[in-house]
Design a binder for this molecule. Structure first.
Ligand code: ADP
Ligand code: MG
Length: 587
């Protein structure tokens, strides 16, 4: 094939423009992205070779080599992974296949400042090479294809790229970055090693660099580092989760999180365990600090990668965690599942069920721990000495509030999705209320403050906090000083259907049916209500007749203090908010 020119898909061109114009602040991430692609390519080969060992050809080693050339101003990242055919190079390096990435690019506004913040939440993958390079060549030979069917892909990172056939002896891929003048700091062995240690130390393959030695200059020439021709691994080459906890630093855990999550910020917390028993597995699970932009996309899946005996099997293994924990990122490495396990098989596996139950417990445990330490007020004891707050506990302060603001609405889905853990989930919920500021009230707090004789936990749902607070349905509760939870998340209505009781106390919507305040109402009030109902009988009959197509019933009520009338639904009726939601959805 002679040279062919192709245009980038519009979304890619847009992404490239953004990469080259707004990602200066963190140029070094190109190394993480390209090494992670090299490592993915080796994982893919290893996986495909499970069924076809001939794919290895005469090169059994899976490894990544990083070389640089000061004269040519290039950095080359070479892997012995699966490689790409010509068609694959055109497709994978010219279009965006993943729906998530596509949706992300569609969200970009064209406003540089806003976009660079957005992109900060998102890995730009291969294209990050263009942060430091003004030209990239990719030379690749797909495992199983002959040397004469290799491909060279070249682009300057603007509108188009060129593809031609080449001959390449080795299987796998070389990515050659032609550095911009302002990126020459990366033409330095020490600097590159530092980046690998920082971003790629957890990678389970060896990452090799050529050894350098100091050579003194001759005839008054300055000395310099010279390459020795010998290659050495510069990473530990053991997958991070397989190491003992004590051998992994906090910073390494955080970097690993960033590598697997596309998040640039630190996680809130994580949990790393080896579980033995009925089924054996290692789990390393993280709670992110920020919601990804696609948290509510229909196809959004849990961010857990599945490995079997350290062999990568799949991303986003949704069978390992329920949907309401889809914000969790991490790795699960099973010792018992078969290597050829498919998504379908996962759904039915008994081992997977055990892993899933164990992982849900871990995640809820992490959240309970954050919740417990959310407000750790130092208490001054009787001796005037302030209690010493454990540094670890101190570091957890405020994290649950942060978590809840980002993911609370997702967690609520668990009430309807995970009956076995409903109680634990209910305890983790926080609400706004008529007597508190912010979204801080737990159901247990509420119960502890209930009035004598109060028999239910009262709540109201509305579209906004202001609408909830000013609802006439609250009047009698305000008058009697009864706290009412204010619920404004879209899922509340649905989720609360599944939570009829908390710790033995019923939850009661103030907008449903006749509010029976039971023992909170005194005899005189009850009598007045009955008398009013009698006296208004004729008026009610007229109103009922006039509203007969619109209202099911018209009643005298005790729930109002200042307002003349309000709408309510019957106990088994749909609430107004739910009805509005369904109407919006076109039902
Ligand atoms: P992602 O890695 O998230 O899929 P990237 O932009 O990093 O996105 O890479 C795009 C695609 O290009 C990859 O999915 C893969 O198919 C292909 N690719 C990139 N680098 C390599 C490589 N070194 N070897 C084989 N394929 C690669
Ligand atoms: Mg990638």
């Amino acid at each position: 094939m002679s040279k062919q020119t192709h245009s980038f898909q519009a979304e890619v061109a847009q992404l490239l423009h953004l990469v080259t114009h707004s990602l200066y602040s963190n140029p070094e991430i190109f190394m993480r992205e390209l090494v992670s692609n090299a490592s993915d390519a080796c994982d893919k080969l290893r996986f495909q070779a499970l069924n076809d060992a001939s794919l290895y050809g005469d090169q059994p080693n899976l490894e990544v080599r990083i070389a640089f050339d000061e004269q040519a101003k290039t950095i080359t990242i070479t892997d012995t992974g699966i490689g790409m055919s010509q068609a694959e190079a055109i497709e994978h390096l010219g279009t965006i296949a993943k729906s998530g990435t596509k949706a992300f690019v569609e969200q970009l506004s064209g406003d540089q400042k806003q976009d660079s913040q957005l992109i900060g939440q998102f890995g730009v993958g291969f294209y990050s090479g263009f942060i430091v390079a003004d030209k990239i060549s990719v030379e690749s030979r797909r495992a199983g294809l002959p040397a004469s069917e290799a491909v060279r892909w070249t682009s300057g990172g603007t509108g188009d790229f060129e593809v031609e056939t080449i001959t390449r002896e080795a299987r796998g891929t070389s990515v050659i970055l032609h550095l911009r003048d302002d990126a020459s700091e990366f033409l330095n062995g020490w600097k590159l090693k530092q980046l690998i240690t920082k971003y790629s130390d957890h990678i389970s393959l060896p990452i090799l660099m050529e050894k350098e030695e100091w050579k003194d200059g001759e005839n008054d020439q300055p000395g310099a580092m010279v390459k020795t021709g010998e290659w050495e691994a510069v990473n530990k080459a053991s997958a991070l989760w397989t190491r003992a906890k004590k051998d992994v630093t906090e910073e390494q855990y955080q970097e690993f999180y960033k590598a697997i999550s596309n998040d640039y910020a630190d996680p809130l917390t994580w949990s790393h365990n080896r579980v033995e028993g009925n089924t054996e597995y290692t789990q390393l699970l993280y709670i992110p600090g920020k919601a990804p932009f696609d948290l509510y996309h229909r196809e959004k899946k849990a961010g857990v990668k599945l490995y079997v005996k350290r062999v990568f099997i799949m991303d986003d293994a949704e069978a390992l965690l329920p949907g309401y924990l889809r914000f969790v990122k991490g790795v699960i490495d099973s010792a018992d599942l078969p290597l050829n396990v498919s998504r379908e098989l996962l759904q039915e596996s008994r081992d997977v069920k055990l892993i899933r139950d164990g992982s849900v417990k871990r995640v809820l445990g992490m959240l309970e721990d954050l919740a417990k330490h959310d407000k750790h007020d130092a208490v001054e004891g009787a001796d005037g000495v302030t209690d010493v707050v454990d540094a670890d506990d101190k570091a957890k302060e405020g994290k649950y509030s942060q978590f809840y603001a980002e993911f609370g609405a997702v967690l609520k889905e668990g009430l309807g999705e995970d009956f076995a853990n409903k109680e634990r989930i209910a305890k983790l919920l926080r609400f706004a209320s008529t007597t508190s500021d912010g979204v801080t009230v737990s159901l247990a707090d509420y119960k502890a403050r209930m009035k004598d004789g109060q028999e239910a936990i009262y709540y109201i749902t509305a579209d906004t906090l202001a609408a909830a607070k000013n609802s006439p349905q609250l009047e009698v509760f305000k008058k009697k000083g009864i706290e009412v939870l204010l619920m404004t998340d879209r899922v509340d209505e649905w989720a609360l259907n599944y939570l009829t009781h908390f710790d033995g106390t019923p939850l009661q919507s103030v907008a449903k049916g006749a509010v029976d305040l039971g023992k909170l109402q005194d005899e005189a009030e009850k009598k007045a209500a009955e008398e009013a109902a009698e006296a208004f009988k004729p008026v009610l009959a007229q109103l009922k007749e006039a509203l007969k197509d619109k209202a099911e019933d018209v009643r005298v009520t005790t729930r109002l203090v200042d307002s003349p009338a309000c709408l309510v639904v019957t106990d088994d009726g749909m609430s107004q908010q739910l009805a509005r939601m369904l109407k919006q959805a076109g039902q």
